[in-house]
Design a protein around this ligand. Structure first.
Ligand SMILES: NC(=O)C1=CN([C@@H]2O[C@H](COP(=O)(O)OP(=O)(O)OC[C@H]3O[C@@H](n4cnc5c(N)ncnc54)[C@H](OP(=O)(O)O)[C@@H]3O)[C@@H](O)[C@H]2O)C=CC1
Ligand SMILES: [Mg+2]
Length: 396
């Protein structure tokens, strides 16, 4: 396996020096061109290119078509192998299984797999979060990025809803587009990442869907308000049409305001999001899936608003409990200077009338998470990914 140092950095996406997070297509001919090799060497260069983003920022800013090599599809299996090669010194991946859930009748179409994940912004992890039991070495972007990609590639979601994305333009957009995804990014207006030295731009929500499965019908970037005031939190809502079944649904991703003392603020943001979703779903006519880091336990008002909304939503991960009524004991678990923080904050809400959850990925056990909690050498974020398979119910 060649080392990253020897790979040239022919980029299709560049960052201007003033706003390093702004996307910019550059003249690919100004870069050294990697020969069109076969399979692994070409794929390896795909991953290596995302490792060397700083080299690209030296180049002039002008717009031309991207190098065709950067649009070439990547085989997910080979990219997974590539990630595993980078991670060879790390402990093995945790085993998580899908739990089959009872649903009414068979479905004539393949399920829609949705992943919800706060991936932990690189700048926040290194500069703000204070994960006192996590060594800085475990947070190195070059390797942590591969752990994130490995998780995505292991479960191969049809739709990916991410929070705390501060490497969209240099990493996730270029790689995931070559895996067949169409992506949208909406950064926070005043991302706390920008306060961190050597940051990679603002963090925000990102939504990706597989282009061979869905057609984009409608897309909205929403800056959430709280009691009519604009806030620093955002959401993306898209209406997609399933190519197999021609059925439409709306998928939304959000990340609500963090921290204790902000419960009423979160509640107001939740109300604003629900109102927006009422309009987008034409008054609940279009089935809906909402993924998010709500920064709220199930006891909070914002959770209750979602559970009792006229959109008729249910929280998918409740279905993993014995009675189907309880949320999991945690979706995030970390140790800060203030002590251990174990909370249920992340949810996948879905229209209970129109959709069924066929299976859900179980969470990591306390034993797997280990005494130092998250993030760790094994797992890249302080939040666990949630993954569900949905099918449409028969139309009445
Ligand atoms: N320049 C300007 O004019 C302005 C700048 N700002 C900046 O934005 C920041 C606030 O932004 P806002 O969106 O409200 O941020 P939030 O309070 O929502 O938190 C931001 C991030 O911090 C993480 N976080 C949660 N709890 C803690 C904790 N105890 N210690 C460390 N990190 C934590 C959250 O992660 P998780 O969700 O995983 O819990 C979240 O991603 C300010 O601190 C300031 O830096 C804001 C407004 C204006
Ligand atoms: Mg966080």
């Amino acid at each position: 396996m060649p080392s990253c140092d020897v790979c040239p950095s022919g980029f299709g996406v560049l960052f201007s020096s003033r706003f390093p997070w702004a996307p910019r297509l550059v003249n690919s001919s100004s870069f050294s061109v990697y020969p069109m090799g076969n399979g692994t060497s070409r794929l390896y260069s795909a991953l290596a290119k995302t490792l060397n983003s700083s080299a690209a920022s030296q180049h002039p800013e002008y717009l031309v078509a991207p190098d065709p090599e950067h649009l070439e599809p990547i085989d997910p299996k080979e990219l997974l192998e590539e990630c595993r090669a980078v991670l060879h010194t790390r402990p093995p991946r945790f085993q998580r299984d899908f739990v089959a859930l009872p649903a009414d009748g068979p479905s004539s179409h393949p399920p829609i797999r949705v992943m919800q994940w706060n991936i932990l912004a690189q700048a926040l992890g290194e500069g703000k979060d204070n994960f006192v039991q996590c060594p800085m070495e475990a947070l190195k972007w070059e390797e942590r990025k591969c752990l994130i990609l490995e998780e995505i590639l292991a479960y191969q979601p049809d739709i990916l809803c991410l929070q705390e994305v501060d490497h969209y333009f240099d990493t996730f957009q270029p790689l995931l587009s070559r895996l067949g995804y169409q992506g949208t990014f909406f950064p926070k207006p005043w991302s706390p990442c920008l306060d961190v030295e050597h940051n990679n731009g603002p963090d925000g929500c990102a939504l990706f869907f597989l282009q061979n499965r869905f057609k984009l019908v409608n897309s909205a970037n929403i800056r959430l308000t709280a009691m009519t005031l604009k806030t620093n939190q955002v959401a993306i809502a898209q209406t997609l049409e399933c190519k197999e079944s021609s059925r439409q649904f709306c998928i939304a991703v959000t990340h609500l305001k963090a921290r204790t003392g902000w419960e009423r603020f979160r509640s107001a943001q939740g109300c604003d999001l629900l109102q927006n979703l009422q309009t987008i779903t034409q008054g609940a006519k279009i089935p809906l899936i909402v993924c998010g880091d709500f920064n709220a336990e199930p006891t909070e008002e914002v959770y209750k608003h979602f559970a009792s909304s006229s959109l008729n939503l249910n929280s998918a991960y409740k279905l993993l409990s014995a009675d189907g009524q309880s949320e999991p004991p945690y979706t995030t678990w970390k140790i800060r200077t203030s002590g251990e923080c174990r909370h249920t904050l992340d949810y996948i809400w879905y229209s209970r009338q129109a959709l069924s959850v066929r299976s859900a990925l179980d969470l990591l056990t306390e034993e797997q998470i280990g005494p130092n909690r998250l993030p760790s050498f094994n797992y890249p974020s302080d939040h666990l990914s949630l993954v569900c398979d949905f099918t449409f119910n028969e139309e009445p």
